[in-house]
Write a protein that binds this ligand. Structure first.
Ligand SMILES: [Ca+2]
Length: 60
């Protein structure tokens, strides 16, 4: 590498959270029935899970 094109920068990272909580579902079990002639791509069931991690580490 050409020394004239090198540079150094000091970067500080502020770690606000770790992905250390698993998502928790609202119910322990889910069940759904599907007719055999249902359209492809139809929604069968929606479930929701959350966890107490923040930002993109969370399942909110
Ligand atoms: Ca998480």
């Amino acid at each position: 590498m050409d020394p004239a094109q090198e540079s150094t920068v000091l970067v500080f990272f502020n770690v606000k959270d770790a992905n250390d909580h698993s998502p928790e579902f609202e119910r322990p079990n889910y069940s759904a029935s599907v007719l055999e002639n249902v359209a492809v791509g139809s929604t069968v069931i929606q479930v929701r899970a959350t966890d107490i991690d923040s930002g993109r580490l969370s399942s909110k």
